[in-house]
Write a protein that binds this ligand. Structure first.
Ligand code: IMP
Ligand code: MG
Length: 176
């Protein structure tokens, strides 16, 4: 079994949209610094592109979580694999994700973040699959809403492959 990748959102479209969202975030955080938390590994490409275009002072931290459950369905019970390096108290936190699917992982992660007493918390995602939502999560900035299809590229993987594609593609399984 192999995969064939069809372009869903081109590199130009993604870059243009990230620029728009970065401009909005820069306006919304006028006079403040932003503490960006990247959810590894999928969020890392988006976080870098977004951070480069934000015109406010930015600090970065990283968190890696693994959800208990099988590969395609997350259970919502999340284990912290790599915790943040810095405390969050008093900071304006922007959580950066690759995709919000069922919402289970993020809802758990947001709870962890809130428990550490930041000044504010907002959520920014590259992709959103609203049709798949099981748990409500407050998404503040969305680059693209997409249909219920399995996508790869721009940080998103299929069995750890395709994260480095500079566009977002739909993975179609093939016989060879
Ligand atoms: P959930 O919102 O807890 O269901 O899980 C979201 C996580 O599932 C994301 O952070 C991705 O790692 C993964 N995921 C969901 N949909 C896709 C997809 O279409 N392609 C690649 N990974 C996905
Ligand atoms: Mg993810």
């Amino acid at each position: 079994m192999g995969e064939k990748i069809h372009v869903l959102i081109s590199e130009e479209e993604v870059d243009k949209r990230i620029q728009e969202i970065a401009a909005r975030i820069s306006r919304d955080y006028e006079g403040r610094s932003i503490h960006m938390i990247c959810v590894l590994k999928g969020g890392v490409f988006f976080m870098c592109e977004l951070a480069k275009r934000i015109t406010r002072p930015v600090s970065l931290d990283f968190m890696s979580v693994s959800s208990y459950g099988n590969d395609t369905k997350s259970s919502g019970v999340v284990r912290i694999v790599k915790d943040l390096d810095e405390p969050l108290e008093g900071k304006d936190v922007l959580v950066v994700e690759d995709i919000v699917d069922s919402g289970r992982t993020l809802s758990y992660l947001l709870q962890i973040v809130h428990d550490r007493h930041p000044a504010s918390v907002k959520l920014c995602t590259l992709l959103d699959k609203p049709d798949r939502r099981v748990v409500e999560v407050p998404v503040d900035y969305t680059c693209f809403e997409i249909p219920d299809k399995f996508v790869v590229g721009y940080g998103l993987d299929y069995a750890q492959k395709y994260r480095n594609l500079p566009y977002i593609g739909v993975a179609e399984l093939t016989e060879d």
